[in-house]
Design a protein around this ligand. Structure first.
Ligand code: ATR
Length: 279
């Protein structure tokens, strides 16, 4: 029996057990995927004790991603650049860390907006927190010419430029409408628009018809930003796709099977988020 889990503080909201549980059943694997609330003070002990407790690894969520980066013995290049780990796995007794948020973001776009070409393009990213870091890095890794970043706290957008270089262009929040026209992709990485948070309210009147609009928020499944863009006729990509696709590599590392993100899995998680969801 292979065991994996997700850790966070708090953790009750996590849908990862539902996702991995679906795949374990689908592929007939003798495994389990549990959820564990881990306080910051217990984190080092938990990660150090994974092997002894019989875990093949774990997912890491808020607020532990940066702390776990400092606890793993080795991380790959992308993860080093992000300084944050969302997936831990054991190899020959060593605790290794990686980050699958960027590939989750890109593979969701590939699935739902296959016409998008990021190489040589310009993107706009709203927000400059932890999620933005992974998204901006992923867009740059795809060869984008530039990523315009708007954030309430400008200093944090500037920090992304310091980290990633001159292809990152910080702008003021009020500049968003004028800058939209030249972007192939618009991404919200802020918590605005999430259930219980204030709405993200931006003027899309200058948005090109060809711009693909996506949100990493997936509660609600279709945010107001996506709704507004869809009404204008733009292709929109919901945030749930990123959640599903970021889970793929962890499952493969722990259980040895690369799982497929199916419609059936999507609908299962969508119904958990919104009981009224219908395909
Ligand atoms: P995450 O890891 O999910 O990215 P985070 O690092 O706390 O979380 O980042 C949250 C993002 O949402 C930030 O870009 C934040 O802007 P600030 O850097 O100015 O804090 C943005 N955000 C949160 N609440 C906001 C609000 N009310 N108005 C504008 N931006 C907001």
């Amino acid at each position: 029996m292979i065991k994996a889990c997700v850790i966070g503080w708090p953790i009750s909201h996590s849908r990862s057990p539902l996702i991995h549980g679906y795949w374990l059943k689908k592929y007939g694997i003798d495994g389990s995927y549990s959820r564990h609330p881990v306080e910051p003070t217990s984190l080092a002990g938990f990660i150090g004790g994974l092997d002894g407790a019989g875990f093949a690894g774990c997912n890491v969520t808020i607020p532990h991603k940066e702390a776990v980066f400092n606890l793993v013995e080795r991380a790959d290049e992308t993860t080093e650049r992000l300084g944050a780990v969302n997936t831990v796995y054991l190899r020959h007794g060593k605790v290794l860390g990686t980050n699958t948020d960027g590939e989750g973001f890109i593979n969701s776009l590939r699935q739902h907006a296959p016409s998008l070409r990021l190489a040589g393009s310009r993107a706009m990213v709203l927000g400059a927190g932890g999620a933005s870091l992974a998204v901006v890095n992923a867009i740059l890794e795809q060869g984008a010419e530039g990523v315009v970043v708007a954030n309430r706290t400008r200093e944090k957008a500037q920090q992304l430029r310091n980290r990633f270089g001159l292809r990152v262009v910080p702008i003021e929040w009020h500049e968003i409408p004028d800058r939209l026209a030249s972007c192939s992709l618009l991404v919200n990485t802020t918590s605005l628009g999430m259930t219980g948070q204030p709405e993200l309210d931006i003027d899309l009147s200058q948005l090109s018809q060809d711009t693909i609009v996506t949100d990493i928020v997936y509660t609600p499944l279709r945010t107001k930003l996506l709704e507004q863009a869809a009404v204008r006729g733009n292709i929109v990509v919901e945030g749930l796709g990123m959640l599903l696709h970021q889970a793929v590599r962890g499952f493969s590392l722990w259980f040895g099977v690369t799982p497929v993100v199916t419609e059936e899995l999507h609908d299962l998680i969508a119904r958990d988020i919104d009981p009224d969801f219908s395909p």
